[in-house]
Design a protein around this ligand. Structure first.
Ligand SMILES: CC(C)(COP(=O)(O)OP(=O)(O)OC[C@H]1O[C@@H](n2cnc3c(N)ncnc32)[C@H](O)[C@@H]1OP(=O)(O)O)[C@@H](O)C(=O)NCCC(=O)NCCS
Length: 381
């Protein structure tokens, strides 16, 4: 059975930064309160022309560059997002088209902020089953579009951004060692974006009632998160046959510094073992774990051979953890420049649209001819 190694990683955040002081101009709050209760100082907010696919493409191309893998070599793309571009088509398909992943299957996976752990696990399982060799997992968010900037309970928390991993099959032991996934739908109402789905399709009333904004019971979500983070970490470690003594890093979902602190206390681990960057990005939902991972690698923290636990929680309710032996990029045979595939992808996409248009004209003409032929036959026969 092949092993699923994480061989590439990339992140991208939009440039504009919104500080706590900026938010204090919108709602009654202040920097001290936000930092004290959440650890967040600032977050990045997408510009009008940036979407989960645009941010996701940037993160994906960087991950492919690290893995030295051409987009055309990908077998599978899974995008996970709490703020997908559309209900359908999947954001993964938009990314597939923009990076020129010509032979990849693509789908979206929705497990809110636990999505990146779920999606990475699904990709790893597909690799381990032998059915695919190369997968791309992307977590990408523009949650700022679904935030009520008059609601101080939620508007202080979230930020936009994207992160991506490339997973590849290898005979060498290591890579994804274990994963656990959990859910409890009885808490579905604690963190939700009710509008725009088939229960509350967009109407004047749903918009008037603010159903298209994130709604959250902060206290309950906090209680749930502190209960599950430590436990899921231990479960995943146990499955991998390891203990907390064997791991170098825990990379948690970046929602709130105090939640991470509580998990550290539960696991009897110092905060130094935890990768934390919630102060600069806020909660970027599905993108938070890969963004923190990329920063930890680029900051020289995570090294080849390190054992790491990713752990997250989110709406659903969902939670999960994954234990990984970090390998880093597989030795390249030749250097690939995934950015160059972009132009080719744009051209290919344009040609396919043009071809579909021309085919459509022919198809309509043939149909009209057949229809008028059979009408003639009816009249004469
Ligand atoms: C949202 C959160 C920071 C609020 O912190 P808290 O300590 O639970 O605060 P509370 O909601 O109990 O509010 C305490 C007081 O501060 C006030 N308050 C709430 N938001 C405020 C803000 N942004 N600025 C100033 N005061 C605020 C409340 O009105 C309340 O005032 P009151 O005591 O006079 O009624 C915290 O509950 C949290 O982080 N929960 C988890 C959320 C999360 O991670 N969601 C994403 C999951 S993926």
């Amino acid at each position: 059975m092949p092993f699923a190694h994480i061989t590439g990683w990339g992140m991208h955040v939009p440039e504009p930064v919104l500080t706590n002081d900026d938010i204090a101009k919108l709602v009654e709050t202040n920097d001290e309160w936000i930092r004290g209760r959440t650890g967040i100082r600032e977050r990045h907010i997408a510009r009008e022309n940036e979407f989960p696919s645009t941010l996701g493409v940037e993160a994906a191309l960087k991950a492919l560059q690290v893995a030295n893998l051409a987009p055309t070599e990908l077998d599978l793309i899974i995008c996970t997002s709490s703020s997908p571009e559309y209900i359908f088509p999947a954001t993964a398909c938009l990314i597939q088209d923009q990076i020129g992943a010509t032979k990849a299957g693509a789908f979206d996976l929705l497990a809110a902020c636990s999505g990146f752990i779920y999606a990475t696990n699904m990709a790893a399982q597909a690799i381990r089953s032998g059915s695919i060799k190369n997968a791309l997992v992307i977590g990408s968010e523009t949650l700022s579009r679904f935030i009520n900037w008059k609601d101080r309970n939620t508007c202080i928390l979230f930020g936009d951004g994207a992160g991506a991993f490339v997973l590849q099959a290898s005979d060498k032991p290591g890579g994804v060692l274990s994963a656990v996934m959990h859910s409890d739908g009885s808490g579905a109402d604690l963190l939700t974006l009710p509008g725009g789905g088939s229960r509350y399709p967009a109407t004047e009333t749903t918009i008037h009632e603010g159903k298209h904004y994130v709604s959250m019971d902060g206290k309950e979500v906090f209680r749930f998160a502190t209960r599950v983070m430590g436990h899921a970490t231990q479960e995943s470690l146990q499955l991998a046959g390891l203990t907390t003594n064997d791991i170098q890093w825990i990379i948690p979902h970046q929602a709130n510094y105090r939640i991470i602190e509580t998990a550290a206390k539960y696991l009897k681990l110092p905060m130094e073992k935890f990768v934390v960057n919630v102060d600069r990005y806020g909660n970027t939902s599905t993108a938070s774990i890969p963004i923190a991972t990329v920063e930890a690698i680029e900051g020289g923290k995570v090294k080849s051979g390190d054992k790491i636990v990713f752990v997250g929680f989110g709406a659903g309710l969902t939670w999960g953890a994954m234990t990984v032996e970090w390998t880093g990029p597989i030795e390249p045979k030749k250097t690939i420049y995934p950015q160059q595939y972009r132009l080719f992808a744009r051209l290919r996409s344009w040609l396919r649209r043009a071809l579909r248009f021309i085919e459509g004209i022919f198809f309509r003409r043939v149909c009209t001819q057949r229809l008028s032929g059979s009408e003639r036959q009816k009249r004469t026969g």
